[in-house]
Design a protein around this ligand. Structure first.
Ligand code: ZN
Length: 234
């Protein structure tokens, strides 16, 4: 399921190892963990231990392996969250140390409270209170969401691996229902403006998938709330 999410939303795919010298070895160790990025070693272990076999956790660990750090350790995180150091277990404070700009892989995306790579407000608390407080209070209970990759996670991953796939769903429809997909205006750089045409004697059946109630707006898959609608012309 998690792998399907990567295939559906990004250009990242996974295959069974053949003779590749560097590869991810998924093991059932204690806990859920992964190293960050390609370490260029054989047997780079990614652990899916007991309680880790949920879509969000597997996505989280594979995003580590693909080069993602935790969202709350971004170099610019202090503009968005306040880390309550006195409330963090002493031996877990390393989990809140910021990355440098050189290490960062944010791809120019804005800070994402909804990232599947963000810890929740009570992560590693010593019992004295919350360990992170969001600058925008409405996100205090949002951080640590564990449903699936956020739209910005997807954007960031696609940027990191050099692909722009916000029209991917339409290509799947084209494949399944054998509809012709024609870009409305080739000169305009947009993936949201398509003409879908049925083959002779065939019906086109399509669905629209909304992510967080928003529609892809431009070729970078950014979202724009005021344009939150779909126009269908027949
Ligand atoms: Zn993690």
């Amino acid at each position: 399921m998690a792998v399907e999410q990567f295939r559906l939303k990004t250009c990242v795919d996974f295959k069974i190892r053949d003779t590749e010298p560097h590869y991810i070895l998924v093991k059932k160790h204690y806990g859920c963990y992964s190293l960050v990025g390609n370490q260029e070693i054989a047997d780079q272990v990614l652990s899916v231990g007991d309680g880790c076999d949920t879509v969000d956790t597997i996505e989280h660990e594979f995003l580590h392996a693909l080069g993602f750090w935790h969202e709350h350790t971004r170099p610019d995180r202090d503009d968005h969250i306040v880390v309550m150091w006195n409330n963090i277990q002493t031996d877990q404070q390393h989990n809140f140390v910021k990355q440098t700009f050189a290490e960062s892989t944010t791809q120019g995306t804005e800070y994402d409270y909804k990232s599947v790579m963000h810890y929740d407000k009570n992560a590693f608390s010593n019992g004295q209170g919350e360990t992170m407080v969001t600058v925008l209070p409405e996100f205090q209970d949002i951080i640590g969401q564990r449903q699936e990759m956020s739209p910005t996670d997807v954007l960031e991953l696609n940027s990191l691996y050099g692909c722009s796939k916000c029209s991917f769903f339409f290509f799947i429809i084209q494949h399944i229902y054998k509809c012709d997909l024609i870009r409305q205006n080739e000169s305009k750089v947009t993936d949201s403006n398509f003409k879908i045409q049925a083959n002779f004697g065939k019906k086109c059946v399509f669905f629209l998938m909304f992510i967080k109630q928003k529609v892809f707006k431009d070729h970078l898959c950014k979202y724009d709330e005021p344009d939150n609608y779909v126009k269908v012309k027949i």
